[in-house]
Design a protein around this ligand. Structure first.
Ligand code: C5P
Length: 233
């Protein structure tokens, strides 16, 4: 069985307010995207990695791949230009993977410190169950519903709620079929698991991890820098 990973890194990162696209900003001297490429190609699988980047960053991404991935790696890496929306970037990445792939993971480059253990947990559960699998964290804080003015209306029961992360894992056919229906939705979902669910597929969860935190705002950048120092990554 062959593994495919789509690393989506083609977002503009507008909420971050940085001058470069999110995946190409510096974290203590390394580009954010380097971490995702390194962890994916460190997995002990024969695999294909599609790195999806803004078109004008393709050359830079190739240079990073050549530097980070050893020449004798069992991984084949391709750089693919992204789309305007995340789901388009995922589909372009999927289309770049060979037919031999049975299991595919979709991972945000904006989650640079998702661990190899988390990737393996997701892969193992997809292959064990044949379902789609996403990492999820229980919500620790009390949750309130507020209005546009920030006024609290009620406390929401958090018991059935989780926050979900990437890598999200799928039988290849399941994800490809779900993406083929994406254009039919008036509101296109923000994650791949919901596309699968809307197409009638079962999605199950495995424990997520705090390290897989996503870079969205400038505060997140400080948090990720802290992770880098704390774990000597
Ligand atoms: O913007 P957001 O944080 O939701 O993006 C999540 C991931 O999807 C990021 O890694 C980003 O680079 C990627 N993305 C993409 N193509 C887009 C939009 C987002 O690859 N058009």
């Amino acid at each position: 069985p062959t593994l495919g990973i789509v690393l989506v890194a083609a977002g503009r990162g507008e909420r971050l307010g940085a001058s470069a696209p999110k995946a190409f900003i510096d974290l203590r001297g390394r580009k954010l995207i380097e971490f995702g490429i390194a962890v994916a190609t460190s997995l002990p699988h024969t695999g294909h990695l599609a790195v999806v980047v803004p078109e004008d960053r393709a050359a830079q991404a190739l240079e990073i791949v050549n530097r980070v991935v050893p020449a004798d790696s069992p991984w084949t890496v391709t750089v693919v230009p992204g789309g305007r929306e995340r789901h388009e970037s995922v589909r372009f990445g999927l289309d770049a993977l060979p037919d031999s792939i049975d299991t595919v993971l979709v991972h945000d480059a904006a989650r640079p410190f998702a661990s190899a253990e988390l990737f393996e947990r997701v892969i193992g559960e997809v292959r064990r169950t044949g379902d789609s699998v996403i990492p999820a964290l229980r919500v620790a804080d009390t949750l309130k519903r507020i209005d546009d003015e920030g006024i609290v209306h009620e406390t929401v029961d958090r018991t059935p709620l989780v926050a979900v992360q990437t890598p999200q894992g799928f039988p290849r056919e399941t994800l490809a079929a779900a993406h083929a229906t994406a254009q039919l939705h008036a509101d296109i979902p923000t994650d791949d698991a919901e596309l699968v669910q809307r197409a009638g597929g079962r999605v199950r969860t495995v424990p997520g991890e705090i390290n897989a935190h996503k870079l969205t705002t400038p505060e997140d950048l400080r948090l990720l820098e802290f992770f880098l120092t704390a774990h000597a990554l």
